[in-house]
Each structure stands twice: as C-alpha cells, then as structure tokens.
Design a protein around this ligand. Structure first.
Ligand code: HEC
Ligand code: HEC
Length: 289
C-alpha cells in the first residue's frame, strides 16, 4: 500500500530515505498547505481555544514542554504530547501504538474530550471540508514535518569533526555498553515497536497499561534535547533523569523487556551519552506559522 514519494518537496536531511505516503493520499504541495492551515485552526476545538499547534509546537520540536497535555477548558489527559518529527516514517501512532496510519491518527485529537472535544461532523461544517479531506490534509502536513542534518548525520556522512570527541564516545556507548540501539535503531532511532521499559510501574501496578502490560512505543530520539519532559507520562524531567533511569535498570516490573538491565555507567560515561543525544538536534524543515 505504501508508495515511494520522491517529488514536490526535497528532503536534504542526510537521511537518504524516500518519504512514504499511502496510494490514496500522495503528498502534494497544495494538500500540505491546506493541512498547515488546519493545523493552526482553533475552530477545530469546541470552544475555539486550542489548535494542533497548542500541544505540538515548533519551538519544542512539535511537542509542548508540559508534563501532560492540556486541552479545551484546561482539561488534562494522562499522557505527554509527543514530538511530530519524521512521523511520515512511522508505523504505529500514539504512545501505545493503537493506530496504524496518520490519516486515522490526525482525527482522534479533534474528538478527544481532553484535547479538542469536537465531533468530526461539526468540525467538517466549521471548516467547510469533508472529514476525509481534513484527515488527508492534516496527515500530509504532519508528513512534511521533518528533522535531519544534525551533527550526528554530518558525522555519519563523513565529517569526522562534526561530533566532539566526547560525543563520539557517547555514540560508542549508545551502540555498545549502554545498549540503546536494542530499540532506538535506524535513521529515526526507533524500531517502531512496543516495549515495557518499566516506566509505568509504580507501587505494584501499571499506572498506565499502554498497549497492555506497560508496553509503549519506542519514540524517536531526534531533537530529543528540545523535547523535555520525557516518556509517555512526562515523568522524567531531564535527559540526566532518563539516563539515570536506564542506568539503574528501570523499574522492576513483570514483563520488563530483557534489554533493560543495570548498565553501570560511570559519571563520565553518562555525560558522554547525554552529549551524544544533544548531537541529534537537527535542521527542522517545517517553517511553522
Ligand atoms: C491537548 C493537546 C493536544 C492537541 C490539541 C493535539 N494533540 Fe496530538 N497528541 C497529544 C497527545 C497527548 C498525544 C499522545 C496521546 C496518546 O498516546 O494516547 C498525541 C499524539 C499525536 C500523534 C501521534 C504521534 C506519534 O508519534 O505517535 C499525532 C500524529 C498527533 N498527535 C497529531 C495531532 C494533530 C494533527 C492535532 C490537531 C488536529 C493534534 N495532534 C492535537 C496532544 C495533543
Ligand atoms: C527495550 C527497548 C529500549 C531500550 C534498550 C532503550 N529504550 Fe529508550 N525508550 C524505549 C521506549 C519503549 C520508550 C518510551 C517509554 C515510555 O514512554 O514509557 C523510550 C523512551 C526514551 C526516551 C524518552 C523519549 C521521549 O520522547 O520522551 C529517551 C530520551 C530514551 N528512551 C533514550 C534511551 C537511551 C539513551 C537508551 C540507552 C541507555 C535507551 N533509551 C534504551 C525503548 C528503549
């Protein structure tokens, strides 16, 4: 069902990947533009107070800097707003991966009572577009949100000075002793799969079951230094806290992924790993409002 897309917009990201889109929604400049307008359109929320950009804001690499999302009437959900970087390459959407396509995904926040709280039929009337067109346009715009050409990409593409010596040590750790590439793998640093890393395990139960048994989707690590706080519930405030969490082998929960175990990193190694993660900030191609 996936078409390789290689026209209309170029992707100078050093990713060397074609941007896939479904057969019935090929990327076109006009659909991306319509999607951009809808993305910033507050009429898609019940009281006209919230747009997609309220929770997925360019200055936070299309997340929002909050622990959990805040929607219409100040309602809060229980999950952190994820980054929308390079989601055109995604195969699972939402932290629990419950949706398989962006076309299906982008309508969910409009109807979610804690987010925009508007029936799709009413949204369609307000913006004078059929629901299918809203879906295709928003999905196209989200596909156009890309990040690449980071210091890491320049290093991989042959510029040996693009990473500092400390960051190069961090990259070795990321692939080796720290075992991060067991899950954060490939050009987008995600295997697009579900894992129980123990984050949701508190006081003898899962505070959020995710996809079941505390399983959540591996998120991308591109732009990671701009997107605190971290993980599905925003409970890890800084990259330092994330590394401390992995270093101690996570929360000992039933079904903990076999790749999560105590790492015994030294403080120098922890700093190098964080320095490497900071090299994943890239050039964002979506110019924003
Ligand atoms: C009130 C805040 C809020 C608003 C408004 C909002 N989102 Fe989200 N978005 C979230 C949260 C929170 C999640 C994760 C929810 C979950 O996993 O259950 C999410 C998930 C997503 C994802 C899945 C990303 C991934 O990698 O799995 C996409 C795509 C997305 N939103 C696009 C949009 C679009 C398009 C709009 C506007 C129509 C929008 N969002 C409006 C908070 C918001
Ligand atoms: C077993 C698979 C696995 C391994 C190994 C792993 N991760 Fe993760 N990572 C995940 C999953 C799944 C999540 C989401 C967890 C959640 O939200 O509850 C995550 C979340 C993160 C986040 C938060 C991202 C965000 O957008 O909030 C960071 C940062 C991160 N991992 C870095 C690392 C680093 C660094 C390592 C190596 C020390 C590592 N991970 C090892 C699967 C893994």
């Amino acid at each position: 069902m996936m078409l390789l897309f290689a026209a209309a917009i170029t992707i100078p990201l050093g990713l060397d990947l074609y941007l896939p889109a479904p057969d019935d929604n090929p990327l076109t400049a006009s659909r991306i533009e319509l999607g951009r307008r809808l993305y910033f359109d507050r009429r898609l929320s019940r009281d006209g107070s919230v747009s997609c950009a309220s929770c997925h804001d360019k200055t936070h690499a299309f997340s929002d800097g909050r622990q959990v999302a805040v929607g219409v009437f100040g309602r809060t959900g229980k999950r952190n707003s994820p980054v929308l970087i390079n989601r055109g390459y995604g195969r699972l959407f939402f932290w629990d991966g419950r949706v398989a396509t962006l076309e299906e995904q982008v309508l969910k926040p409009i109807e979610d009572p804690n987010e925009m709280d508007l029936p799709i039929a009413e949204a369609a009337v307000r913006v004078s577009l059929a629901p299918g067109e809203i879906s295709r346009a928003l999905a196209s715009f989200v596909r156009s949100i890309l990040s690449g050409d980071s210091a890491f990409d320049r290093y991989i593409n042959g510029d040996r000075t693009a990473l500092t010596p400390e960051q190069q040590v961090g990259l070795q750790l990321f692939r080796g002793k720290a075992n991060c590439t067991a899950c954060h793998v490939g050009p987008n640093f995600t295997d697009e799969s579900l894992h129980n890393t123990g984050v949701a395990w508190h006081d003898g139960h899962f505070s959020d079951a995710g996809a079941g048994q505390g399983n959540f989707k591996t998120p991308t690590l591109r732009e990671i230094a701009r997107t605190a706080p971290y993980v599905h519930d925003g409970s890890l405030a800084t990259l330092e806290e994330v590394i401390r969490y992995y270093d101690r082998g996570g929360n000992q929960s039933p079904g903990l992924d076999a790749e999560i175990r105590p790492l015994r990193l030294t403080s120098v190694e922890k700093r190098a790993l964080i320095a490497f993660l900071r090299s994943l900030n890239g050039t964002s191609l979506e110019p924003g409002e």
